[in-house]
Ligand binder design. Structure first.
Ligand code: FMN
Length: 505
């Protein structure tokens, strides 16, 4: 191939020179342009042949570059030319289009009937009632805060899931927060701490991860005084201890030195330019007893704001142990967020995303059953995250045991995310998940905050319609038996959790 390349260049070179001579050099100025290109290709070909990193380029000089060019645009080729309306991953074209239309407040109806395989094994649906009812707006809010909470929070049943400033751009965070403010739903800060972009007036759920960003001492451990100061901010309505997330349970985060700008370093309370690790586990506790003590400590330090924790379920016995500890200590969190293994992330090792943690459906059934078994459910709200984007997915999660849902990627779509799958490269073309100023400035905050607001509003309207069709006035009336194949889902959960808890469902 190498020989063929150089032979072709030689032939083209000679042919061009011959044509230039034939038409006289001054008349055939196009020939100089061709010579320039041939010269460039020759240099590139020589470089490719002698470099040692890429076998493809050594063996196929110049043309080998097409492989890399095509590979770099393969998500676009896949999305624009290959995927059907229903098979895109992680989100199908139909679901993405639903989010876009709701965000733009344009016609969100679907023509001609379902494209899903409703005879297939995966089909789950809502059992509707002959006697549909009208659902009121106020019936789609829940109160978060158990007996020990002094500042309960009235939450929407649909909120923005944790995403840090750092994984998202400053414009994206501002747009999310402004949308949350207008729509009266909460915005989870993500584990990167509270930035000025989170302070646009929207309600915040402040997430505390293993890096304790915003409340850490110089050794990276939890700093009670710093926590107390930030938790007192009026925007902070709830506090969430992040134990794990579905896309990478048991894996810590890494903020590379190059992305650790002075601004991000200031917000996180770390040194700029250094690589910052979020360890896989907390240093403030290492067992169920320690976790419950930490919940109590945060509640006291925050003046009684709702305290919860987020996890992806792995070992069921560990969750049961936490329940037992709550009973023994007489201390309960106000909410628990269950994140499914199908959840998203800015960046994670593939093995963790693909092969660790339990999917949301069985995890939710189990968590609900466990809390009920230990008589804890009345004080603890369950929040579900993991592809909760359409009205049906929200109601399905509630029927399986959740009280409310959070969405990360749904709200990213409302900001204009096109599922380019570049969150981990800092090259997000829509300015949503990047720190490059040139890309982030493409996201216009005033326009996109309105879309965030619309997406929430129109999704809640769809929830109202769907809930009404099921014959229920309030989401708390939904049970697993409102789902077609609900009984099969219980069997599935029992397969994942063959302990006694689920037999009570
Ligand atoms: C860009 C991005 C950043 C995220 N950052 C965090 C984070 O800081 N803390 C966290 O607990 N989860 C984080 N997550 C996970 C989400 O909060 C959520 O649990 C998960 O994506 C499931 O929801 P989804 O399917 O609606 O995206 C992130 C997800 C994405 C897509």
């Amino acid at each position: 191939m190498r020989k063929l390349f150089f032979f072709s260049i030689l032939v083209l070179f000679s042919l061009t020179l011959f044509l230039m001579w034939f038409y006289s050099f001054r008349e055939f100025s196009f020939g100089y342009f061709v010579l320039l290109i041939l010269g460039f290709l020759t240099v590139l070909g020589i470089y490719d042949s002698f470099q040692t990193k890429h076998a493809i380029l050594r063996n196929f000089p110049v043309v080998g570059h097409f492989r890399y060019i095509l590979e770099s645009i393969s998500p676009e080729i896949q999305q624009y030319f290959i995927e059907s309306n229903t098979d895109g991953r992680p989100f199908s074209r139909n679901i993405r289009a639903l989010a876009y239309r709701r965000a733009k407040s344009v016609n969100d109806t679907h023509p001609f009937g379902t494209q899903r395989d409703i005879d297939g094994e995966d089909y789950v649906a809502l059992r509707h009632s002959i006697y549909a009812v009208h659902v009121k707006d106020e019936d789609l809010r829940i109160e978060i805060g158990g007996a020990e909470c002094k500042q309960p929070y009235s939450a929407s049943i649909f909120n923005i899931s944790a995403m840090s400033f750092g994984s998202l751009s400053s414009n994206a965070v501002r747009a999310l927060n402004l949308g949350a403010k207008k729509g009266r739903f909460f915005h989870n800060t993500g584990e990167g701490g509270i930035s000025e972009y989170h302070m646009q007036g929207g309600d915040l759920c402040w997430q505390i991860g293993t890096g304790y960003f915003g409340c850490r001492d110089e050794h990276g451990n939890f700093d009670a005084e710093k926590f107390k100061e930030k938790a007192a901010r009026p925007e902070v309505k709830m506090i969430e201890i992040k134990i794990s997330q579905g896309a990478k349970p048991g894996h810590g985060g890494v903020l590379p030195g190059v992305k650790n700008t002075p601004e991000i370093a200031h917000i996180r309370g770390v040194k700029a330019g250094t690589t910052v690790l979020s360890p896989p586990a907390h240093s403030a506790f290492s067992d169920a007893e320690g976790l419950i003590d930490f919940v109590r400590e945060l509640r006291e330090l925050s003046g009684g704001k709702p305290i919860g924790f987020k996890l992806c379920i792995g070992r069921t016995e560990e969750f049961i142990e936490i329940c037992k500890e709550m009973v023994a200590k007489g201390c309960k969190p106000d909410f628990i967020t269950i994140d499914g293994a199908e959840g998203g992330t800015g960046a994670a090792p593939l093995e963790f995303s693909d092969s660790v943690g339990l999917p949301l459906e069985p995890a939710l059934i189990f968590a609900r059953a466990a809390l009920e078994k230990f008589h804890l459910k009345d004080d603890i709200k369950l929040i579900a995250s993991g592809k909760a984007l359409s009205a049906f997915s929200i109601l399905k999660n509630i029927a399986l045991g959740a009280d409310a849902c959070n969405s990360a990627r749904g709200f990213m779509f409302s900001l204009g995310c096109i599922q380019a799958l570049r969150c981990n490269t800092n090259d997000c073309p829509t300015g949503v998940a990047t720190q490059k100023h040139g890309l982030a400035k493409g996201l216009v905050v005033t326009d996109k905050s309105e879309r965030v607001y619309n997406f929430h509003k129109n999704t809640i309207n769809a929830v109202k319609e769907l809930l009404g069709a099921s014959g229920h006035h309030h989401t708390s009336e939904l049970t697993i038996h409102d789902l077609v194949k609900g009984d099969e889902m219980i069997k599935l959960a029992n397969r994942y959790f063959p302990d006694t808890v689920n037999t009570q469902v």
